[in-house]
Write a protein that binds this ligand. Structure first.
Ligand SMILES: Cc1cc2nc3c(=O)[nH]c(=O)nc-3n(C[C@H](O)[C@H](O)[C@H](O)COP(=O)(O)OP(=O)(O)OC[C@H]3O[C@@H](n4cnc5c(N)ncnc54)[C@H](O)[C@@H]3O)c2cc1C
Length: 525
């Protein structure tokens, strides 16, 4: 009893000393992270001050401030940085996000208090086009698709599979899939890659392909950046056409529209690009088209009324070279004669190939000039099995949405046979599935139907409808916040995904912005 006060005093002193030591250690640990990065021997450099831009993306809704931005000049800069963080082990919280063009929607290319790697500054070997029977181009993982197009066209060649917008990086789209109107024939961009060079979560530089380190190759394709940073890519090419016949026709009946789309994606050589979009309650639609398209029958087209109607536009393209124009015109007439669109709504245009592929950039320039590009983009991209697309269309285009004034809604079918099930991407389990993309823009601080809250509520209703009806829908560019949701997304492939993570990025250093894993392999909240 006599010694009790003394014991208490000793205990208190000990606790104060202990807590002080822990605090100093933690502070030392955090303050030493930037300085330890500063000691790395790099060709490029770290920026610890100008980091705000890396906390933004196209979605304009999520902002996670990194500790540093690496501007790599070589692959070894990336490998050195990742290896350094890997060697620090679980005692450091540091994560690494490769940032392509930052066109993610919910912070997927960001890293809270981590390192963001600005992939566009990677200056690997110059882009190199190989001609011959199986032409291909070797590019940096941070290269923009528009630059690849320009370079390969110098050799009369071009990649086969695209995204609608080309100011995205190769590494960014290959981490998802890369889908556009050519996917029905060539598959997504991840089906058109021969080889990758990857920096894994341990900082190893590995070359992989179908025959070499194939598990890593397929893990990374569609892998949401979880297994490695893509530093170099070999992309398959084909002969590029000079010109494109670009066609639009309208339908009022969804069943007829979908039947024609499905007929076309199964036809041998009907068209080179097949997409579609939904238009609800739009005034003067065909009149607006006249700035870039010519109506086949101007008088009838001028009498067509789009107001108050739900319309489905089939968008087609046929590639050609000028010397073949007669044959191509005949082919197009034949293909169109087998479709059941509203005849007065046939609109045609003829544009250079490059202009066709880079078409969304024109809209970007217009929107930027009006200050409407850098607004919140609450996009929702869904892959819907063919067997459920009719109930989806009936409910979503008939009930949930009352107009399409917040942005385009794309809808088109894709052949599953063109996808490789060894990649990490998750798609519906049917031979044909539809991409439906709600590409909404929100007016900042609006509380009306063009505001963020309204659009998010609509997205939620759409997702709830899919969930309740068990439509077997998969999100493309997926975004979830709980482990249960990620598990449900991957379904039976979850185990493989986790296994791949523990093989290639066991400390969960890479792509923290996807919020699938947390460092040390525990899962996101
Ligand atoms: C206007 C617009 C149009 C679009 N059109 C289409 C379309 O038609 N089809 C389609 O499929 N998609 C489309 N997208 C979506 C687009 O493909 C994805 O958002 C893509 O991730 C953007 O590429 P990015 O270079 O900006 O990637 P970022 O947003 O920078 O990164 C995306 C993810 O990939 C990871 N990542 C980036 N680079 C690498 C790398 N080198 N190695 C490993 N991981 C990496 C990031 O960490 C992040 O997790 C469009 C997006 C926009 C904004």
């Amino acid at each position: 009893m006599r010694y009790a006060p003394l014991n208490k005093l000793f205990l208190r002193t000990f606790m104060i000393l202990f807590l002080t030591c822990v605090t100093v250690r933690i502070n030392l640990c955090f303050s030493s992270i930037p300085s330890s990065l500063k000691t790395l021997d790099l060709n490029g450099h770290f920026d610890f001050d100008e980091v705000q831009h890396a906390a933004r993306d196209f979605g304009n809704r999520y902002q996670f401030l990194p500790l540093a931005v690496l501007h790599p000049k070589s692959v070894s800069d990336i490998a050195t940085t990742v290896k350094h963080i890997w060697q620090m082990g679980p005692r450091s919280e540091l994560t690494v996000a490769a940032r392509g063009h930052g066109h993610s929607l919910q912070g997927q290319a960001q890293a809270q208090q981590g390192v963001v790697i600005n992939m566009e500054s990677l200056q690997g070997p110059k882009m190199h086009v190989h001609t011959g029977n199986f032409p291909y181009v070797d590019v940096s993982g941070g290269e923009l698709w528009i630059n690849i197009l320009h370079e390969s066209l110098k050799y009369g060649l071009a990649p086969k599979s695209w995204t609608d917008y080309l100011h995205l990086t190769v590494g960014g789209t290959l981490s998802n899939a890369g889908i556009s109107g050519q996917a029905f024939r060539h598959g997504p961009q991840i089906s058109n890659v021969y080889q990758l060079e990857v920096v894994t979560g341990k900082g190893e530089v590995v070359t992989c392909s179908e025959n070499q380190n194939s598990d890593l190759f397929y893990s990374v394709l569609g892998g949401l950046g979880q297994f490695g940073i893509i530093t170099r890519v070999r992309i398959s090419l084909e002969a590029a056409p000079e010109m494109v016949k670009w066609i639009r026709v309208l339908y009022t009946d969804f069943t007829t529209f979908a039947r024609d789309q499905e007929k076309l994606i199964s036809a041998e050589n009907a068209f080179d690009y097949i997409e579609g979009f939904v238009i609800i309650n739009r005034t003067g639609l065909l009149n607006n088209w006249r700035s870039s398209f010519n109506p086949q029958d101007p008088v009838q087209a001028s009498q067509f009324k789009s107001d108050g109607r739900t319309l489905f536009c089939l968008e087609l393209a046929k590639y050609f070279n000028p010397e073949d124009v007669e044959v191509v015109n005949q082919d197009i007439r034949n293909s169109l004669s087998q479709l059941n669109y509203i005849s007065s709504t046939l609109f045609l245009s003829e544009v250079p190939y490059i202009e066709f592929l880079d078409r969304v950039h024109l809209s970007e320039i217009k929107l930027r000039s009006k200050g409407l590009w850098e607004v919140p983009h609450p996009w929702l991209n869904l892959l819907i099995p063919k067997s459920r697309i009719h109930s989806f269309a009936e409910e979503v285009f008939g009930n949930i949405l009352t107009d399409t004034s917040n942005g385009p809604i794309l809808i088109y079918p894709i052949n599953k046979s063109k996808w490789d099930n060894r990649t990490s991407v998750v798609i519906p389990d049917e031979d044909i599935f539809y991409l439906v993309a709600f590409l909404s823009s929100a007016v900042p601080s609006s509380t009306g139907t063009d505001g963020l809250d309204h659009i998010l509520t609509q997205n939620k209703k759409i997702l709830e409808f899919c969930e309740v009806g068990s439509l077997g829908v998969k999100q493309y560019l997926p975004h979830y916040t709980t482990e249960e949701e990620w598990q449900a997304h991957f379904g039976p492939r979850w185990e493989v995904f986790v296994q791949r993570k523990s093989t290639y990025d066991p400390l969960a250093i890479l792509a923290p912005g996807q919020r699938i894993f947390q460092k040390e392999m525990s899962y996101a909240q």
